[in-house]
Design a protein around this ligand. Structure first.
Ligand SMILES: [Zn+2]
Length: 379
């Protein structure tokens, strides 16, 4: 819908913070008259505003252009397996209101959709802004999603199949809805709000209750022919081992999720308590308990192996690691990096592939869900 020049100028303004018309022309190579007419369009569309806060070099202060952050709002929903969290945020990811609803194991499709509707209802009631300014609703959910129909096809953790999320919310609220896999939404969250916009081939690997990844190439999320790009949790890393929720044996995720860490600890440590959790494993390891440190180091090595497979398949410029298991980064991240270092094919991969742990915290998924609409607006 937008011309290349318009996209370029809009993103130049967004990424610069504030910039003059003259500098846009200089930095993009677009002629000054074209810059002026496109900027006028963007101002009319409520996306850009003028400000006069720029530094003056004598005489009149220059007019600078900024993103009109409150020109539009988006709703982001993180439909987890225990809780549905929702936010209203503006174009720069500032969160204006929140709502949430707890869900429970073996919840029915109907009840799940009721909870989802309740969260959106609360957000729209709480939010004092003009509903006309809400661009749309983005929903992130674990499992396989049909993004065309906005249906959650299968989410093993909740046991739900064929949930018509988009259809239900659109009928109820009259706002457009996008539904996306949670790891992909996380990738968008990092991409938009973690300053990763300049990275050409960018990936987030999410290691929590499950394992997944999201890949963004040239500003676009990659889905693949059947929407399973990035399902690294279900790549096989052992011919033996436990049966995965997907039915296969030896999947990457059966070795590295929070539950997998607990199972390994119970198997290896005779004194491990029956109600052990992954958080407790980390706490004990931090206290210097050698056996628990060893469990996490082994987890780091296994995560490293999975990431090497990912690097060799996708060859991204940058990978951000996210999810609950990465909260123990102090212990596992050095081992992950060491394993990758030892196993990648060539020196350039060792030297140039950037691997970091997310700094965005628990809001990354809701922000990513909201960013489903930003990606549409800006590219
Ligand atoms: Zn599997």
């Amino acid at each position: 819908m937008k011309s290349v020049n318009k996209t370029t100028i809009l993103n130049k303004i967004r990424l610069s913070g504030s910039i003059s018309r003259a500098d846009i022309a200089k930095e993009t190579g677009i002629t000054p008259p074209t810059v002026s007419s496109i900027v006028k369009e963007l101002i009319d569309e409520n996306l850009v505003k003028e400000s006069h806060i720029g530094r003056s070099t004598g005489g009149r202060k220059p007019t600078l252009l900024q993103l009109k952050e409150d020109g539009y709002y988006v709703i982001g929903i993180d439909a987890g397996s225990k809780i549905i969290k929702g936010i209203v945020c503006d174009l720069v990811g500032q969160i204006h209101s929140r709502a949430e609803a707890e869900i429970w194991p073996n919840i029915t499709k109907e009840k799940f959709l009721d909870c989802l509707v309740t969260v959106v209802e609360q957000l729209l009631t709480k939010d004092q802004h003009d509903t006309g300014k809400v661009l749309g609703i983005g929903v992130a959910m674990h499992g396989v999603i049909d993004i065309e129909t906005g249906t959650s096809l299968s989410s093993v953790n909740s046991g739900l199949i064929n949930v018509p999320i988009k259809q239900t919310l659109e009928n109820k609220f009259g706002l457009p809805v996008k539904v996306e896999n949670n790891s992909r939404a996380m990738a968008l969250g990092e991409f938009w709000f973690g300053n990763e916009n300049a990275v050409k081939r960018f990936a987030v690997i999410n290691i929590g209750r499950g394992v997944g990844s999201g890949l963004i190439v040239d500003n676009k999320l990659i889905h693949g022919a059947q929407g399973v790009t990035g399902e690294i949790g279900h790549t096989t890393i052992s011919l033996e081992g436990e049966r995965c929720s997907c039915g296969n044996i030896g999947c990457f995720e059966t070795f590295v999720t929070g539950d997998a860490i607990v199972r390994r600890a119970k198997r290896m440590i005779p004194t491990a308590p029956e109600n052990l959790t992954a958080e407790e494993v980390y706490r004990l390891a931090k206290q210097g308990e050698k056996q628990y440190i060893h469990i996490l180091e082994e987890t780091g090595r296994l995560i490293g192996i999975g990431i090497v497979n990912f690097i060799h398949t996708v060859n991204p410029d940058k990978i951000i690691l996210s999810g609950g298991v990465m909260k123990s980064k102090e212990i596992i991240f050095p081992i992950i990096k060491k394993t990758i270092h030892e196993r990648v094919l060539i020196d350039k991969l060792r030297e140039e592939t950037i691997i970091e742990v997310s700094k965005l915290g628990d809001d990354i998924t809701v922000l990513g869900a909201a960013a489903l609409w930003l990606n549409d607006l800006f590219y």
